[in-house]
Design a protein around this ligand. Structure first.
Ligand SMILES: [Ca+2]
Ligand SMILES: [Ca+2]
Ligand SMILES: [Ca+2]
Length: 425
């Protein structure tokens, strides 16, 4: 917990810029070091500052944000000696070292994960190609701040998709249960852990629950969540209403607190809606993509009343051009250039697009939906998380009212920190 509080602090510091990030090795020990040659001092009355500092051979420094403290230059190596001396002066409210803070997560691609923490960074893929220039600071879901409250505590999220890679250090260990409803299509053993030969499900699962602070890959929105890998789409990424209905029911019967469906069909199905209602009545929060048609056309299950439908935004909090939108869509979440896990073996999406294996970016409401699923899983671990309708209400009522709210989606772009903590920076 101490480390997580540290992480929140790091986030706040990074937003102001100018801080030097420590090497990942320091992340485990918050006591490790301070910045040499400077200390932070606050005076009861700034009018006394100049004279007091002069007594110690120091001079005034720049103010630090809205804190009222100053950043004072001192000889390197004399930081603690001067802090002690200044602390004894009655004009000084406090003096302290400028501790080195580490990145919010030491995962290799975390700096690319603007959805979790947007500091205005430019985005590249694993090949290093520039995908998007500077984003808008804080056009994100404030996941890092949310992790100061909870990281998910094993909440089960069912990923109804093409499967989740069975061998992958960043996501496979999160899978605690599985079912395969397309084994006849894929010729897989129906009792075996389904493999993801298409690539979609592995990416979606990583957005929800990739392991964080393990130095590799990415961090999920809910990094201590558990995944139920429910294969309802075959190895070309398609399925049917009946198969999806089976998957929804299985997830509800096997402990899922959240179901994510980054999939949809244009025609409503009474069977599919009945499955959704079955899961809802069993207390599950159900999240689905709004679709990538770029129109207002409804898709299902997203458009059912008991499903949170999710539109996609980019690193400037703008609606993605491809995203389906409209008042029937409930919320928005980042879904453009989202970094996540991919299989470490050949897979259809990778083969088509020439993407590197293991990790890369993808775009779609398929990527936005699992961001919301991850937030829902975090809320289940808070006092607001007593029943599914309260979890859903919490996510919707705390969403940030970005441009498009009320027209392109009902409730805004989700904010994990506000959803778990109420008020946030
Ligand atoms: Ca933020
Ligand atoms: Ca699997
Ligand atoms: Ca990781």
């Amino acid at each position: 917990m101490k480390k997580l509080m540290m992480a929140s602090f790091a986030a706040a510091m990074m937003a102001f810029g100018g801080i030097t990030l420590a090497a990942p090795g320091n992340a485990a020990d918050p006591q490790s070091s301070h910045v040499a040659g400077q200390i932070m001092v606050k005076f009861h009355d700034d009018r006394a500052a100049s004279a007091v500092l002069r007594q110690h051979g120091l001079s005034e420094g720049p103010g630090i944000g809205g804190t009222g403290a100053q950043l004072i230059k001192v000889p390197a190596g004399k930081e603690f000696q001067l802090i002690e001396a200044l602390s004894r002066n009655p004009a000084v409210e406090y003096a302290e070292p400028d501790e080195v803070v580490t990145a919010a997560s030491d995962d290799q691609y975390f700096p690319q994960q603007y959805a979790l923490q947007n500091v205005g960074q430019s985005l590249t893929n694993t090949a290093g190609t520039l995908l998007a220039a500077n984003g808008t600071e804080d056009a994100d879901v404030d996941a890092v701040e949310a992790w100061g409250v909870t990281t998910g505590g094993g909440t089960k999220v069912a990923i109804l998709d093409t499967g989740v890679a069975n061998v992958h250090d960043d996501i496979a260990p999160q899978v605690v249960g599985y079912a395969n409803f397309v084994s006849a299509d894929t010729k897989e053993d129906p009792k075996a852990n389904p493999e993801d030969k298409y690539g979609h499900g592995t990416h979606v699962a990583g957005i929800v629950a990739a392991k964080f602070n393990n130095k590799i890959g990415v961090a999920g929105v809910c990094p201590d969540c558990s995944i139920l890998d429910v294969k309802v789409l075959n190895d070309t990424g398609s399925g049917s209403s009946s198969v999806i209905a089976n998957g929804i029911s299985w997830a509800a019967d096997n402990g899922a607190k959240v179901i994510n469906m980054s999939l949809g069909q244009r025609v409503s199905s009474r069977t599919l809606e009945a499955a959704v209602n079955y899961a809802w009545n069993k207390g599950v929060v159900i999240v689905a993509a709004a679709g990538n048609a770029g129109t207002q056309a409804k898709i299902y299950p997203g458009a059912y009343p008991n499903v949170i439908a999710v539109a996609a935004t980019d690193n400037k909090d703008n609606k993605a051009s491809f995203s389906t939108y409209g008042k029937w869509v409930d919320v928005a979440a980042p879904g453009v250039n989202v970094y996540s896990t991919f299989p470490n073996h050949e897979f259809v999406l990778g083969t088509q697009n020439g993407r590197s294996m293991g990790y890369d970016v993808a775009s779609g409401t398929s990527m936005a939906s699992p961001v919301v699923a991850g937030v829902a899983a975090l809320v289940w671990r808070t006092p607001a998380g007593t029943e599914n309708k309260l979890v859903r209400a919490r996510i919707e009522s705390t969403a940030d009212p970005i441009l498009g709210t009320g027209t392109d989606w009902a409730h805004g772009r989700v904010n994990a920190c506000k959803a778990v903590a109420g008020t946030c920076p």
